[in-house]
Every structure is written in C-alpha cells, then in structure tokens.
Design a binder for this molecule. Sequence first.
Ligand SMILES: Nc1ncnc2c1ncn2[C@@H]1O[C@H](COP(=O)(O)OP(=O)(O)OP(=O)(O)O)[C@@H](O)[C@H]1O
Length: 224
Amino acid sequence: MDLIEAKNVSLKYSDGTIALNDINLQVEPGELIYITGPSGSGKTSLLKLFMGVEYPTSGSLAVLKQPIIRGQASKIRKLRRSIGPVFQEFRLIKGRTAVENVMLGIRFLNIPQKQMKEDAINALVKVGLKHKISTLAENLSWGECQRVAIARAIARQPLLILADEPTGNLDKDNALNILELLTSFKDKNTAVIITTHATHLIESFKEGKLICVSNGSIRQERLG
Ligand SMILES: Nc1ncnc2c1ncn2[C@@H]1O[C@H](COP(=O)(O)OP(=O)(O)OP(=O)(O)O)[C@@H](O)[C@H]1O
C-alpha cells in the first residue's frame, strides 16, 4: 500500500501563487525521504498537502488511502491521528511539563491515563530526555524542545512522520543528531519525510530518497 500517492498535483494559493506544479510522488511504508530546495520552493506546502491542511487545486492526492479533497474534514482529521508531525516552531505548551506535552499529543487515542503516561515517558526516553520528563516547557533548551516535539510525534506510533525543517538553526553536530534520531524511527510500517536546507549533511546519509524542490517542481534521486 502506498502511504502517499500524488498524481499531477498542483497547489495554487488564493493570491495566485503557484506553490507546487504537477507533482508525482509515491511514498511506501518504511521509506525515508529528505526534501530539500531553496527558500520558497514549496517544501512546506508539500507537507501541508500531506497533512491535509491544504488541498490540491488540481491532480489527485491520497494519504493513507484518504483522498485529500474538500468536504472530508472529519475524515482528514482522523487521518492526522496516524501522522506524527514535527513543526518548525514545535508548538509546546508553556506551564506544562515535557511529559504532559507529549501526553497532550496522544490524548485523542483514548488510552487509559496510566498507559498514556507510560507511552509518553517511553517516547521521551527514546529521544534522550529521560532526565527532563518533569521539566516545564519554558525551562527546556531549544534543542530539548525540539526533542520533546519529536517525542510527541513518535508517541502516537504514526505511520508517517512529517518533520518540517527540524535542523533549522542548529549547528552541524546537533543537526546531524536530529536527522539521525528522526531517521531511526523509520521501520517497516513507518515512513519518515524530512524537509531540510542542510543538503551538505544529507550527503553523509547512505539510505533513502532525496527530493529536490525547485520552483514548485520536484526531482527525485536515490541516496547511497
Ligand atoms: N498561505 C499562502 N498564501 C500564499 N502564498 C503562500 C502561502 N504559503 C506559502 N506561500 C508561497 O508559496 C511558495 C512556497 O512556499 P513554502 O512555504 O512551501 O516554501 P518552502 O520551500 O517551505 O520555504 P522555506 O524553506 O523558506 O520554509 C512561496 O512563494 C510562498 O511565498
């Protein structure tokens, strides 16, 4: 089953900007995909389509078999439960601890509170934050916030991880650590898609697909 199937997808914003033009792409379970391209080329727009935040203005797009079309808002909301997003700005809630933030990201799964806390702690352990479980969001460093955001995405055991610029503003070592961490969550069921400007870092990765976005069009290469 393809997790994502995009056929001749274009996205034109209401002000007339053509962000994406005739995109064809298939993403299978277990795939690892890096999306690069200059600022304004359409990377975030592509992720927005995959999240069902924007709709194609032409062509067809299905994510986990759910067509991304208008009029299916409740189905698309349900689809998002199987997606682990890591946003550029993290979206952590101040006044809440790291573990509470992760729990807030999985509350819709309707699992018992105790289990939910265990799952959240396990996710924080996986991102190396065992020692920060009870720290308030506002007392975490920038890099730690980023790790909490990743923990929140993986705690829901998503079929698709979508990370938008997780290496932004990081130095080389930390950027590599984050890329390695995110790619480690790829398994036979889960695909990981990461947008990044850090093309020089991706070159050291031997696995996965590289998608270069330029002026709304894509070119695919295989790494390694
Ligand atoms: N809501 C919107 N309305 C109109 N135009 C938009 C909107 N969002 C993005 N755009 C435009 O669409 C194009 C693609 O933007 P997008 O954010 O996808 O690029 P990007 O590759 O992610 O850029 P960056 O690397 O700077 O984050 C840009 O020209 C941008 O100005």
